[in-house]
Design a protein around this ligand. Structure first.
Ligand code: FE
Ligand code: FE
Ligand code: ZN
Length: 275
């Protein structure tokens, strides 16, 4: 049984997201830990977290993949803004401890002209400060399309962050649209891309997938998501993913341009693609 789900609105709380997920045939989901384009977070509701954890267990869900705000740039230029972003990360990780065993994924950041090495060291610093020893949630770095000065468009950059932090609780979330736009050919050579991932990062660090088709061609470095099968990846790419012995065990999150009925159809599509 695949673990498939989509991004859900967190406005009604965690338990409501579990129920919504079940209503569309999902058995995992993603949600923004705070306003995705701002920084505001809702007050914590630990009772809701506990009830949601119980419901997830009862319904045999796979791990959830929470998503940090897009605006959180750990390697932005201005020191005060960078410190603010690091504080947001620390607060998100502290809150995620109420949902142990699940994942927290975020975009590593954009170095805005400081250079890749400086950006990576700033990201590493923020993660080291935010992750207390024995921290119960695994943090996932998302593979990026390499748009502008984005860090994470190359597997080597993610590996440098992982090595810099030096914790077993750092992994990777592979986004199908991003890696394709970034120049990794998962359409024609999924095994080759995964072999490269394994050689550079190690497949044991691969913990989750974002499944999106792409509006743009291979290696475009653009990052515009498309409905499954309607972009430059095509249905075959997703058939390959859901039947791959390593990938089929990971939580798969749709971030396609959909409302709930469209997500329900794509969840079913992925289940039907599994042989
Ligand atoms: Fe993302
Ligand atoms: Fe993504
Ligand atoms: Zn994207």
């Amino acid at each position: 049984m695949l673990y498939v789900g989509c991004h859900l609105s967190a406005s009604g709380g965690n338990l409501e997201m579990v129920r919504t997920a079940q209503s569309i045939g999902a058995n995992t989901f993603a949600f923004f830990t705070r306003n995705p384009r701002g920084s505001k977070a809702k007050p914590e509701d630990l009772e809701d977290c506990a009830r949601a954890m119980e419901a997830l267990k009862d319904a045999s869900f796979g791990p959830l993949v929470a998503h940090g705000a897009y605006t959180m740039n750990l390697c932005t230029l201005e020191p005060d803004a960078r410190a603010f972003a690091a504080g947001v990360l620390a607060d998100d990780l502290r809150r995620m401890a109420a949902l142990p065993g699940n994942y927290y994924n975020f975009h590593p950041g954009s170095h805005v002209g400081q250079g890749t090495d400086t950006g990576i060291s700033q990201i590493v610093d923020a993660l080291k400060k935010a992750m207390a020893p024995g921290y119960p949630v695994t943090v996932l770095l998302e593979t990026m399309a390499g748009k502008g000065s984005e860090i994470g468009g190359r597997f080597e950059e993610l590996k440098a962050i992982i090595d810099g932090v030096g914790s077993e609780h750092v992994g990777v979330c592979l986004d199908s649209c991003h890696v394709h736009d970034g120049g990794y050919d998962i359409v024609n050579d999924l095994d080759g891309v995964l072999a490269e991932f394994d050689r550079i990062i190690g497949l044991d660090r691969l913990k989750a997938l974002h499944l999106n088709d792409s509006k743009n061609p291979f290696e475009s470095h653009k990052d515009r998501h498309e409905l499954l099968g309607q972009g430059s990846l095509g249905v075959g790419a997703f058939r390959g993913i859901v039947n791959h012995p390593v990938l089929k065990k990971l939580p798969m999150i749709l971030e396609t341009p959909n409302e709930l009925p469209g997500y329900a159809r794509e969840i079913q599509l992925l289940r039907d693609l599994e042989k």
